[in-house]
Ligand binder design. Sequence first.
Ligand SMILES: C[C@@](CO)(OP(=O)(O)O)[C@H](O)COP(=O)(O)OP(=O)(O)OC[C@H]1O[C@@H](n2ccc(N)nc2=O)[C@H](O)[C@@H]1O
Ligand SMILES: Nc1ncnc2c1ncn2[C@@H]1O[C@H](COP(=O)(O)OP(=O)(O)O)[C@@H](O)[C@H]1O
Length: 283
Amino acid sequence: MLSFPSCKINIGLQLTDRRADGFHNLLSAFYPVGWTDVLEIIPAPLTEQSADENVDSDLVTFTTSGLPIPGDPAPARNLCVRAYHRLKADFDLPPVQMHLHKVVPIGAGLGGGSADAAATINLLNVQFGLGMTVAQREDYARELGSDCAFFIQNKPQYCIEKGDIFEPIDLDLKGLYILLVYPNLAISTAEAYAGVTPRQPITPLRTLLEAPIEQWRGTVHNDFEDSLFPKYPLLAEIKAQLYDAGALYASLSGSGSTLYGIFSAPPNSPPPFSRYTVWESKL
Ligand SMILES: C[C@@](CO)(OP(=O)(O)O)[C@H](O)COP(=O)(O)OP(=O)(O)OC[C@H]1O[C@@H](n2ccc(N)nc2=O)[C@H](O)[C@@H]1O
Ligand SMILES: Nc1ncnc2c1ncn2[C@@H]1O[C@H](COP(=O)(O)OP(=O)(O)O)[C@@H](O)[C@H]1O
């Protein structure tokens, strides 16, 4: 069975305080974006043996193509394989073959790895008739990463606490256009969080987002920009270029490094972006 795990942008991100468990509480609107990986899961043929180096514990044969996945390349560390094993602990799953074609940039603030993990949970649920509710699938996803539960439903949400608790939000950007610019620079989420100084916002993000998008430029802020823009001046340059190109609103997504612009008409990719990885679409 095939799935196309898509990514997200953060529209505003207020880091309010550091928690006792070392994580941070935040306020952010997560909005789905249709840049996708490709994930296929099929039951493993009975003749498959564990001699293959990609076979993990005789249960998952995991292969990848497309973008290389940095960090620990062992299949067992991939979020898709971790999602399988988490469900396997509670359900009678057969051995599977999984193939992930990686398209969404990594260390990009787009949540691509979390999307793959959530897609694995959703696929296994359907493919093997596990009968899990949305709430059950979100609980499993929460164990794999803070922003993973969002991708179970993959719809606009106002996210609070670790980014894993949701409140409904009336945020509809349909008809507008988005341009994502990944500056070919990976920023790890843990590194980005290590540099932030959380603070309670004067006005909560939800109130700021009630204003029309044309007013967001001066009000809706991603707090990661405060520490990452001085460290990587290129990011601030790209954000300024997105406004120069006519964006109604532009921002860093999540913990970076992707910048996005939202436009009222199809944006013309101006020359400065040609050396980066760009993706554009109607929302
Ligand atoms: C920053 C955000 C914003 O949407 O997205 P990305 O930029 O990664 O896409 C998320 O909070 C990222 O969520 P996720 O990528 O799932 O993070 P996790 O794997 O749970 O945590 C990685 C590390 O980030 C820090 N962390 C993460 C979430 C959080 N609310 N507070 C934290 O301090 C912790 O140091 C943790 O060890
Ligand atoms: N399926 C996957 N896709 C991408 N990254 C993965 C995957 N599985 C595990 N990872 C690990 O997650 C890290 C990327 O996470 P993170 O920095 O949070 O990215 P992002 O900010 O893009 O969400 C990578 O270094 C990689 O080792």
